[in-house]
Write a protein that binds this ligand. Structure first.
Ligand SMILES: N[C@@H](CCC(=O)N[C@@H](CS)C(=O)NCC(=O)O)C(=O)O
Length: 214
């Protein structure tokens, strides 16, 4: 049985965007059952967990002696087995993989910087000075992405792991109204989030938080 790590609890600003969501979603799309290993800060720091994830973060993926970390690598591993997430034809598959990297390497870097300023350092002097440039970079990337998306439903016409990762990256902006400036991108994100597999993944991440209350 596949096992993934996730947090027992995170503050409300992180609930629904913790990176195990990507893995849960990919597993749901692929129809692969999994169990969860819920961890707390003490487990994160343990030698045993560091063996699985050198940085003590979530998610970890384990199956039959194979342990993987990095959400992008895990989603790729799951997607490689399944046509729902990666087309079988070589060119289509390569293009979908390109979008996976674009989500994590060209968009998330900027989006995460903004989230870190807003959620972890809003009152710091350096953050106030730096934020306008970071917001500008995010806006530029969103516009460029919207231009490329055009009137397509998905980045490559059909849903792939590239859309899955892109959606989870765009969700990180939920504390802002930046996506409102790009209505087609906002609609794209909502289209991906409407997938039943996403809804199941989100509910599964939220379950332990809700059980604990707040
Ligand atoms: N690049 C890593 C990032 C993982 C990551 O940032 N995980 C966060 C939760 S979303 C975490 O575990 N934070 C706690 C920490 O860094 O101590 C991945 O995509 O798996």
């Amino acid at each position: 049985m596949i096992r993934i790590s996730a947090f027992k609890w995170v503050p409300p600003f992180a609930q629904g965007v913790v990176r195990d969501l990507r893995v849960r979603w990919a597993l749901e799309e692929a129809g692969l059952p999994y169990e969860e290993m819920l961890i707390d800060p003490q487990a994160q720091a343990s030698t045993d967990y560091r063996e699985l994830q050198p940085f003590g973060q979530v998610p970890v993926f384990e199956e039959e002696g194979l342990a993987l970390f990095e959400s992008g690598a895990i989603v790729f591993h799951i997607a490689s087995r399944n046509e729902v997430l990666l087309p079988r034809d070589e060119a289509g598959r390569a293009r979908a993989i390109t979008w996976m990297f674009a989500a994590l390497n060209s968009i998330e870097i900027h989006v995460q910087q903004l989230a870190e300023i807003d959620l972890f350092a809003p009152d710091k002097e350096w953050a106030k000075l730096h934020r306008p440039d970071v917001e500008k970079a995010v806006r530029r990337r969103l516009k460029e992405l919207a231009v490329r998306l055009g009137d397509r439903e998905y980045l490559e016409g059909r849903f792939t792991a590239g859309d899955l990762l892109m959606t989870t990256v765009l969700r990180i902006l939920r504390h802002t109204d930046l996506l409102d400036s790009e209505p087609t991108l906002k609609a794209y994100k909502e289209r991906c989030e409407a997938r039943p597999a996403f809804q199941r993944a989100l509910a599964a991440q939220m379950k332990p938080f809700e059980a604990r209350g707040a």
